[in-house]
Design a protein around this ligand. Structure first.
Ligand code: SAM
Length: 264
């Protein structure tokens, strides 16, 4: 299935600033600039939304904030947008990573979309001893993340890394970033762990979620010995991997991230 049909680029939001559609682009954004669109985004604007020259679109690229643009030209295969004015400046966003043992297709897509809505800054599939999936379509994960970023009014799209073995992830993990291990075999309640480490500036953190079959004992042993790892419990009930992934992000946002400030 062509990527374009997996999830449509662009998102049509309730009207805001007189604009309904948000598109993530890679091009720099500045007043007077011109942004070329590729086939997928052109198809979406022209054939799905039936927009034509002069219609407004909001653009963001993860660096320059959000800009109002107008369709300057559109043909079957390409379009060009004229960048007009900035709608929102780029602002700092929480820096929370989600490393997760990949699960079956529909649910990994769901995880990518919801983790993006919940503000994850990086998604990293990790292959553990009991991971049942041996291949991950990271292009599709990226497409899901882009669509969720467009829909959730984010100004960034999470980085999606290629899958790594657990040992590779451990070796590559930045020592100054807390790795919070969702450990179904036990650990302090997550709220206590986050509160306890609040001074350790958990504003740069990452979560690690195991596979449906759980971490192997040797993996837990290895992880628990690392100074930058904090095991946490998500209570007595056993959560599915995708449930646990979304739960930890929501809790982190509420206790440490940007759900701690008003958004009027
Ligand atoms: N080992 C479990 C079993 O006995 O079937 C299954 C693991 S669970 C489906 C998938 C992952 O979600 C776990 O590895 C863990 O990272 C996280 N998780 C699920 N429930 C949890 C809990 N109550 N506390 C902490 N982490 C949990």
């Amino acid at each position: 299935m062509a990527l374009a049909h997996l999830c449509l680029p662009g998102y049509t939001a309730p009207m805001k600033d007189g604009i309904e559609t948000r598109l993530y682009v890679d091009a720099p954004l500045a007043a007077g600039g011109a942004v070329p669109l590729g086939l997928d985004q052109t198809h979406y604007l022209r054939n799905v939304l039936r927009l034509g020259p002069g219609e407004g679109v909001a653009l963001f690229n993860g660096r320059d904030g959000e800009w109002r643009a107008q369709i300057a030209a559109v043909s079957k295969k390409a379009a060009e947008l004229a960048v007009i004015e900035q709608l929102r400046p780029q602002r700092p966003e929480p820096d929370v990573w989600l490393a997760f043992a990949p699960i079956k297709r529909a649910r990994i897509d769901f995880t990518a979309q919801k983790a993006t809505e919940l503000g994850a800054s990086l998604l990293w599939p990790v292959m553990t001893r009991h991971t049942m999936v041996d291949r991950v379509n990271t292009d599709r994960l990226r497409a899901n993340a882009v669509e969720a970023a467009e829909q959730s009014d984010r100004l960034t799209v999470p980085e999606v890394r290629e899958p790594a073995k657990l040992e590779t992830l451990i070796e590559a993990w930045p020592e100054d970033r807390a790795l919070i291990l969702a450990d179904e075999t036990g650990g302090p309640p997550i709220a206590d762990a986050l509160a306890m480490h609040r001074d350790r500036s958990l504003t740069r953190a990452g979560f690690l979620i195991g596979p449906e079959g759980g971490f192997a004992e040797a993996e837990l042993d290895r992880l628990r010995k690392l100074p930058f790892v904090t095991p946490v419990s998500l209570g007595a009930r056993l959560l599915r991997a995708d449930t646990a992934a979304l739960a930890v992000l929501a809790i982190w946002q509420a206790l440490v991230g940007d759900w701690t400030t008003r958004h009027d």
